[in-house]
Write a protein that binds this ligand. Structure first.
Ligand code: URA
Ligand code: CA
Length: 433
């Protein structure tokens, strides 16, 4: 087999065989096929796409490029959740204890991401003492006992994806549905999940700006799930404004705690109940989605979800008292309100710029080596459709640097106030199953 022929075939719009796909994934992972040939193939895939059969072969080849996690020692169907990425997205922190509180096993593997804020791991480390350096055996034992545990990324999972993702980044081939779908699904499958709930974000602050693009990505991933015997369902959710009010690590932990106590923001709560009910149904613990949702909602209000969260923190060395006293979470030195310059209705929030402001404050990493400041971030006071009076705080900046003169004008540019009535965006656009 020659890489040249594989490139030519895809360039001409033909379908690649399983052997051809395996050949290039293996060869690229081992280093016997050079970057320039894989770059050309990626560009051909970008233009010609892949059918569902090719997609499943590509995903499986990427899974087989490295280690896979065996979670079979954990009782029950392991359901994982993945979000394509948004601003202020705290759902994992809430969903893990929430669905565990009704008996769904959550065996979460988590890494440190780049982005506007840290990942779930960074957020959890805002809890004093909490650690994810536990052995594989301890991890399994904890999930079997408490139904929820988080472990740091171990093993060499999907090395093909790591190499291909870096190459896509510099060859203008990131934005390709087959490449995104196989990248995400290969990582979920390698991490050992039996079933997958995908939260595909759409809107100004998301990768997929249009609902139709998000649906196309969702359909590709659900099809991969079907062909690899992983029950998969995708929720298309709105990212035209940050989820909840808080954007920042400790700030989002506090928001998650409030949500687990049934006092969270409406949109964040609703999204967690929707994603959670699909996780519960896929796990087989409750058959009917409406029933699952009602049960989850009950556990937000009767203290069970919150108790499960505390149990989970303590089991991994965390000081669970912090959950009762969130003022003990890392606090920024300065909390500076930014007042509205005019009265009206919030019409638009430039969500990705809000994320960039949080990152500038120190909440996120630009490179893997960056240290993040768990305390800093932005708390919104108004969301789209809310009325606001001149002088009322629009946002509060949590910062360790008193000088926010460079940040203030950016905040005003991010939040548009209109004289007209504005309807808030719909939160759930579609469900693909
Ligand atoms: N997230 C991923 O994991 N992979 C992609 O290709 C895009 C987003
Ligand atoms: Ca939030």
């Amino acid at each position: 087999m020659r890489m040249y022929d594989i490139i030519e075939k895809k360039r001409d719009g033909l379908t690649l065989s399983e052997e051809e796909i395996r050949y290039f994934i293996q060869g690229y992972t081992e280093g016997s096929i050079p970057d320039y040939q894989v770059s050309a193939l990626l560009m051909a895939i970008y233009f010609e796409g892949m059918n569902q059969t090719e997609l499943a072969y590509l995903t499986k080849a990427m899974v087989d490029s490295g280690d896979t996690i065996d979670l079979s020692a954990i009782d029950g169907i392991k359901v994982d959740k993945h979000s394509t990425g948004g601003v202020g997205d705290t759902t994992t922190l809430i969903l893990a204890p929430l669905v565990a509180s009704i008996g769904v096993p959550v065996a979460k593997m988590s890494g440190r991401g780049l982005g506007h804020t840290g990942g779930t791991l960074d957020k959890l480390e805002a809890i004093p003492g909490f650690h994810i350096e536990i052995s594989r055996d301890e991890f399994i034992e904890l999930v079997n006992r408490n139904k929820v545990a988080v472990i740091g990324q171990t093993g060499n999972l999907t090395p093909a994806d790591k190499k291909i993702y870096s190459l896509r980044d510099v060859t203008a081939t990131v934005n390709s549905i087959p490449l995104i779908a196989s990248s995400i699904m290969s990582k979920k499958i390698a991490a050992g999940s039996d079933a997958i709930v995908l939260d595909v974000k759409t809107g100004q602050g998301a990768f997929m700006k249009q609902v139709s693009e998000a649906e196309e990505l969702a359909k590709a991933m659900v099809a991969i799930g079907k062909k690899t015997s992983r029950k998969t369902i995708a929720v298309i959710s709105d990212m035209n404004q940050p989820l909840g009010y808080a954007v920042g690590n400790a700030l989002e932990v506090k928001e998650a705690i409030e949500t687990l106590q049934g006092k969270g923001p409406k949109d964040l709560t609703e999204l967690c109940l929707t994603l959670g009910s699909h996780m519960v149904v896929l796990s087989g613990v409750i058959e009917n989605e409406a029933e699952a949702k009602a049960k989850l909602e009950e556990n937000l209000h009767n203290g069970k979800a919150f108790e499960t969260f505390k149990l989970f923190l303590e089991a991994q060395g965390g000081n669970a008292e912090v959950a009762d006293k969130p003022e003990r979470l890392p606090q920024a030195k300065y909390k500076i309100d930014i007042p509205a310059k005019k009265s009206g209705t919030v019409a638009k929030i430039i969500t990705d710029d809000i994320g960039t402001i949080a990152m500038t404050l120190g909440a996120g990493r630009q490179t893997k080596e960056d240290e993040i400041d768990l305390a800093v971030g932005i708390v919104l006071h108004k969301k789209i459709g809310d009325s606001v009076k001149v002088g009322e705080p629009l946002v509060t900046i949590h910062t360790n640097n008193q000088d926010i003169s460079a940040i203030k004008p950016k905040v005003y540019e991010c939040i548009m106030i209109s004289d007209d009535q504005v309807t808030p965006p719909q939160l759930i656009h579609n469900i693909i199953s």
